[in-house]
Write a protein that binds this ligand. Sequence first.
Ligand SMILES: Cc1ncc(COP(=O)(O)O)c(C=O)c1O
Length: 395
Amino acid sequence: MPDYDYYKEALKNVTKPCAFLNLDVLAENIHDITGKSNNKKIRIASKSIRSVAVLKTILNASPVFQGIMCFTADEAVYLNGHGFDDLLIAYPVWDTYHLKQIAKLRRDNHIITVMIDSIEHIDRLEKAAKAEHCTFLVCIDIDLSSDFFGLHFGVHRSPIKTLEHAMAIINRATGSNYLQIDGVMGYEAQIAGVTDNDPNQKAKNNVIRFLKRKSSAELIKKRDMIIKAIKRKGISLRFVNGGGTGSLHQTSRETEVTEVTVGSGFFNPGLFDYYQAFKRQPAVGFAIEITRIPTSHIYTCSGGGYIASGATGHDKQPHVYLPEGAKLIANEGAGEVQTPIYYAGKIQLTHGDPIIMRHSKAGELCERFHYLHLIQNGRIIGKYTTYRGDNQCFL
Ligand SMILES: Cc1ncc(COP(=O)(O)O)c(C=O)c1O
């Protein structure tokens, strides 16, 4: 396992702060993920990667990988321009300009699929398709959250919560001359995106594991029932998408699911250490440099304040990775332009030495850096641009 000296040596000639991608670890993570796919396809969640070159590296690594789950229309169009096809935009598109862009690709027969969950979405797409002389491929997003004891366990996204509601949307879409049903998606965020092995919250882990078991039983039944009902109507679906990194091991076992989405598992950011079902090494991280030593055991570095999105908490701060035992200081955290690190271990740290950090989430780090410096066998062998490095900013 790469240690502090490994990264210090590998990154010694790279200007800090810098982000890196360890290609050897990425290969291990890809291997582990394909091994858990249970003969299902894996769609890559681009929001958790945010680099064209990395997306291509993963897609080319195995035939198990098929298609990209995009996060905006602009991004899907951008990826199409780089030769990607089978682009599923996982979140509804409303903007007229964006719908026009997608229509243009649809007229050229590209596989670019938009998400719907309501009659309002269907009306909007029909109007745009009529004006732009195209048909849209649509995917229906079904809600797979659970409500237990007055607690909402899951996310607030699709209003489609019942079989009847799903069939009403399906019937309306099948009756349209402007839409073609391409697939169904259900994202069980409460399983895939909720940590259940956080060492800082041992009692809560048990509650979450209990809720996950209960919710899984419910959602598996619900997805199965809805997909079977759609099939009984004679509608053929190109794909049934589910899951994420945190649920790959179980979503890939569902008979009606044809593909599972995975994004974060490739980089394995800080938050993904806290799952019971898998253990992976971090393939991506960043290095900040010690620029001042205000007192003994405190090493203040330039940069570092890259906080992750979502409900805020200690777990959304960057994680100090190496040297082992180094940590953030509660009063200051990771700062806007400087980050003090507490370290009282055996390694002699001095000005100019790096502190190796990890972002809490996967793709968001790439919005802070132009490049991912590529490390293989302990040496820098090149660099990949991120979306930011390509001068792109989607969300
Ligand atoms: C619709 C959808 N599917 C899948 C995922 C899983 O992505 P990851 O594997 O990066 O956790 C997400 C993440 O938020 C999502 O929104």
